[in-house]
Design a protein around this ligand. Structure first.
Ligand code: NI
Length: 212
């Protein structure tokens, strides 16, 4: 057997150097491909993330629960959390606003850098006067935002918020199905992440610490 192998290896039509060319070429191709993939991963991870939010969100001006106009750009230099909902929401909005408040409490002084906003999807019922006691119940610095229906729906549309009225909007007991995502807006006004609100306060605080 040893002899047979030696004979095959020493075939005159396949000298040692030539036999290794396809192997080396293959190994080189794999190396190039892996390097390229690695470089793409490194280069594009942050950009790819930002790109995935391109066209989403943006500047808006609405009316705060104090009656004052408030623009997203008023918070330039801070991280802004935006949650869309409505004060008549029976359970989901209160749970999520409590979550945001509790997460910010756990962050201590670092939370001073974060401004939470609650934008209504129900401008017909959520007047500034209706929102004022509601938002102050959850957090001292939570700002409620409302406005004319076309203004509010324009913002909801820009942020791709799902909104569906259930019941008769002319009656006063309708409810609204809405998406419940926490939008994280970076210091330049761009969306940097969308967070699931079905987490614990500790989990949300940990995610926010990573984003600051
Ligand atoms: Ni809700």
């Amino acid at each position: 057997m040893v002899n047979q192998t030696a004979t095959n290896d020493d075939r005159p039509d396949r000298p040692f150097e030539l036999r290794w060319i396809p192997v080396l070429a293959g190994a080189f191709a794999v190396l190039v491909a892996v390097s390229a993939m690695w470089a793409l991963t490194l280069d594009r991870a942050p950009a790819g993330r930002a790109e995935s939010f391109a066209g989403l969100g943006g500047e808006f001006t609405l009316t705060a629960h104090t009656g004052e106009p408030v623009s997203l750009s008023d918070f330039r230099g801070q991280v802004v959390l935006i949650y869309f909902g409505f004060t008549y929401c029976p359970d989901v909005c209160p749970i999520h606003l409590t979550l945001i408040s509790a997460a910010l409490d756990r962050m201590g002084r670092r939370a001073q850098d974060i401004q939470p906003l609650f934008v209504t999807v129900d401008p017909a019922r959520d007047t500034p006067e209706a929102m004022a006691p509601y938002v102050s119940y959850f957090a001292d610095n939570l700002i409620g935002l409302t406005g004319a229906e076309e203004e509010v729906l324009g913002v909801a549309s820009a942020y791709a918020v799902g909104r569906q009225i259930v019941g008769d909007p002319a009656a006063d007991d309708y409810t609204i199905n809405h998406s419940s995502v926490i939008y994280v807006v970076g210091r330049e006004g761009e969306i940097i992440d969308l967070l699931n609100a079905d987490v614990t306060p500790d989990q949300l605080a940990a995610q926010l610490r990573r984003l600051l």
